[in-house]
Write a protein that binds this ligand. Sequence first.
Ligand code: IPE
Ligand code: IPE
Ligand code: MG
Length: 249
Amino acid sequence: MTDNFGLDPDNIPRHIAIIMDGNGRWAKLRGKLRVVGHKAGADTVKKIIRAADDLGVEILTLYAFSTENWKRSRIEVRALMALLRSFLRRELHELMDKNVKLYCIGQKEKLPPEVREVLDHSIDATSRNTGMILNLALSYGGRSEIIMAVKSLAKKCADGKLAYEEITEEMLSSHLYTAGLCDPDMLIRTGGEYRLSNFLLWQVSYAELYITDILWPDFDRDALIEAVLNFQNRQRRFGRTGDQVVRTG
Ligand code: IPE
Ligand code: IPE
Ligand code: MG
């Protein structure tokens, strides 16, 4: 890190999750096809990976495609998958250069084989990197993730390997796609909608929410810094009172 951008370097959110919304509206405002917005959105992804890495963020989770997004037109889904594939191919070099480790959460098996192939290759190639974790949520849905975790715990109970009374929050967490990753400290949503859209339902229980009207293709380093500055001016109480937090730090 060369500069702390006016931020407190000791209070950078360890894990930032972003709902990257607004590509379609960005394109529409310009009289362009939605896919043009997605292309511009991919350029923003690249910039925000760099910016988050420069800020010292440990984990950056990006909601790139939801389980519900399969309901979009075949043309749009195909364009998004093609963009994802070309993005991964193009960016591997930079990920290696920046020591970034790629992760993926979601129903990877539902992705087209040509996307899975590049994704697996990039995950594998970056697996020994020790810098920021770039976690892509692809065909991701919070509810189906929780069901998956519940099923595997239920199976352990049915097989006599676990007593149902022993199920804990930590155990459920460790059966989610995000096992091993700390929960997001901050959830950013661009595009101005006040909803979670099935993103990280379990994990965001104490995340600081930040919603901006900026459409994803227009989101940039300054906007990220602004969001983190806003985060740094919040008091995270986790159920305690403000006075208790001040006293115990
Ligand atoms: C987010 O932008 C990208 C994906 C959901 C893949 P949208 O495509 O949802 O853009 P809007 O919300 O229609 O503007
Ligand atoms: C959320 O955006 C999903 C992603 C950003 C990948 P959507 O555009 O799909 O969300 P809704 O449909 O407006 O809730
Ligand atoms: Mg949208």
